[in-house]
Design a protein around this ligand. Structure first.
Ligand SMILES: [Zn+2]
Ligand SMILES: [Zn+2]
Length: 138
């Protein structure tokens, strides 16, 4: 009673959820090692890019981006080199800007994203013959 257990999203182990952490202590330890290395490197080399940090520390670029996404790692130089992979806007962390994240998020949930590329357009020319949709398009 009262003890909440969660599954670690990384390794699947069950661990007490009360600690305010999302991963189990084992994964946390492993991550803290990487995190410590990355953080130290960024502090010593404040102008390096994510790619450079990844190469120099041996920590996966995705992991570093995850630190940024989580707000655990902040670097001024990072914020100017990371661009949204979708629209190219400069962002502080992660892979996408907020507005693209919204779109992606709604796509994942199966909700209609804001209208973008409806495949309708290409049918218009062909199918107009003999159909009564003319007045209903808009
Ligand atoms: Zn784990
Ligand atoms: Zn974007």
């Amino acid at each position: 009673m009262g003890l909440n257990l969660k599954n670690c999203p990384r390794c699947g182990r069950v661990f007490p959820a009360g600690s305010g952490r999302d991963i189990c202590s084992k994964c946390l330890e492993a991550e803290d090692d990487d995190y410590g290395v990355v953080r130290r490197y960024v502090r010593d080399h404040p102008r390096s890019t994510v790619v450079e940090v990844a190469e120099e520390t041996g920590v996966d670029e995705e992991v570093i981006l995850q630190y940024l996404r989580d707000g655990r790692l902040m670097s001024n130089s990072f914020s100017s080199v990371i661009n949204c992979e979708r629209c190219g806007k400069s962002i502080r962390g992660g892979r996408y800007c907020d507005s693209c994240l919204n779109v992606i998020d709604s796509q994942i949930r199966g909700v209609d994203p804001p209208k973008e590329d409806e495949p309708k357009a290409k049918n218009l020319g062909k199918s107009s013959k003999g159909m009564h949709i003319k007045n209903n398009i808009f």
